[in-house]
Ligand binder design. Structure first.
Ligand SMILES: Cc1ncc(COP(=O)(O)O)c(C=O)c1O
Length: 411
């Protein structure tokens, strides 16, 4: 078949004239294919899925009830533009109660249709061709992709075990810092599960001021903080002068498909974000904003999601350690990020997390996500579907049985 006339027209940022012709298979597609194969090869063996990074529960009933009422109100039908006051005020109340952060609801908060969209839009506020975004890896790549779309480049800051999974801000070359306009960080960190410390955030504020860099702190997982109290970047002195924090109701409020979050921080940064956003979308459905405002005002929801995922992570860590893995409880998120095995006694060796992950899915029908950006690691998510604690325990038991069929090597 010949190419359509527009084959030549695709922009370089998505592959130019070669768009759609690539044969590379990306990580998540490989996992999907391996899952399909495991199900076909072993139809009687249940697939144990630690690969999914999405909450397993519906939004709480209370939130769904608010939504059911708001959906019938004519005043909620129209464009919401940059958002309604009810939501912004609920955010300001939440930030004060949860983190002790004072925000002016009118000027220092703006909603977004999920934090993914905010991370996609923020580079548009700063990145000209030739500019740089500093980003931690492994991580959520969206701000980097959009930096590249605007002709900028990404300088990767590896999160290494030997640095306690913090980026090494002291050893970034001067010429990189000169071109850098944005520093994107994410705590609690996905996938490493590391939580930030006040000292680290203080260091980030100083780094941003010393180098004229704007900070974007992605707090999507913040409700799921197990080590210490949840910490907002904006609670550190000076932070509001240098950046914004991006929040989400997806993870902590079980509202992943509802698409609602917010950007908060310095009013001029929030304004720049709102201006870009205003040219991209017309705001989230007001009924969703009102249901989200109600969720933010409910103190029980974040406690419940945190308790559930913390309990599941503890069970997972204990079970994996009984099987020879060397895991520690993460400080936050619903992910366990743990060193990938190097092989099996008397069996294959694994040169990467990807090879180990492929072995787990094809030989044991256990799905994980490999990360090979900064060492070889596997990510286990505890968002698997289990109706109650007995179902969680049964799943751990079955996983343990399969993992103990071989001896794992870690060298
Ligand atoms: C670190 C991180 N940031 C942001 C997001 C985006 O979340 P949402 O767009 O649902 O708010 C995710 C989702 O997986 C994430 O893991």
């Amino acid at each position: 078949m010949s190419d359509p006339y527009f084959q030549q027209l695709f922009a370089q940022r998505i592959g130019g004239e070669n768009y759609g012709k690539g044969t590379a298979i990306y990580k998540f597609e490989k996992i999907k294919r391996a899952k399909r194969k495991a199900l076909a090869d072993y139809p009687d063996r249940t697939l144990i899925d630690f690969g999914i990074g999405e909450n397993d529960a519906m939004a709480p009933e209370f939130v769904r009830e608010v939504m059911a009422q708001e959906i019938n109100k004519p005043e909620n039908r129209g464009y919401a533009d940059n958002g309604i006051a009810d939501f912004k005020e609920a955010v300001a109340g939440f930030m004060k109660r949860f983190f002790g952060v004072e925000l002016d609801a009118a000027t220092e908060v703006n909603h977004c249709i999920g934090s993914k969209t905010a991370l996609a839009m923020l580079p548009a506020c700063f990145i000209n061709p030739g500019d740089t975004t500093l980003m931690t890896v492994p991580g959520y790549p969206v701000a980097g992709t959009h930096t590249a779309y605007y002709g900028g480049s990404v300088y990767k800051l590896p999160l290494l075990a030997e640095n306690n999974f913090f980026p090494d801000l002291d050893n970034i070359p001067a010429e990189v810092k000169e071109k850098a306009k944005l520093l994107v960080i994410n705590y609690p960190n996905s996938p490493t599960g590391k939580v930030a410390t006040r000292e680290f955030y203080e260091k980030v504020v100083k780094f941003a001021k010393d180098n004229n860099i704007v900070v974007v702190q992605d707090a999507a997982h913040t409700v799921l903080t197990f080590e210490g109290e949840p910490l907002s970047f904006l609670s550190v002195p000076g932070a509001k002068e240098v950046g914004v924090e991006v929040h989400s109701l997806s993870k902590g409020f079980d509202m992943i498909g509802w698409r609602i979050g917010w950007v908060c921080g310095h009013p001029l940064l929030v304004q720049a974000f709102s201006d870009v956003k205003d040219n991209c979308d017309s705001g989230q459905f007001m009924a969703i904003q009102k249901a989200a405002a109600a969720a933010l005002g409910n103190e029980e929801i974040p406690k419940q999601t945190k308790t559930k995922y913390e309990r599941r992570l503890k069970k997972l860590v204990e079970m994996l350690n009984r099987c020879g893995f060397k895991c520690e409880m993460p400080g936050g998120t619903y992910f366990l990020y743990t060193k990938s095995p190097s092989g099996i006694e008397g069996g294959p060796s694994f040169a990467s997390g990807e090879e180990a992950s492929q072995y787990l899915i094809t030989e044991k029908s256990i799905c994980t996500v490999p990360w090979d950006d900064a060492g070889s690691f596997l990510r286990f998510s505890v968002t698997y579907v289990a109706a109650d604690e007995a179902a969680e325990d049964a799943l751990m038991e079955e996983t343990e049985k399969r993992l103990k069929q071989v001896a794992w090597k870690f060298d």
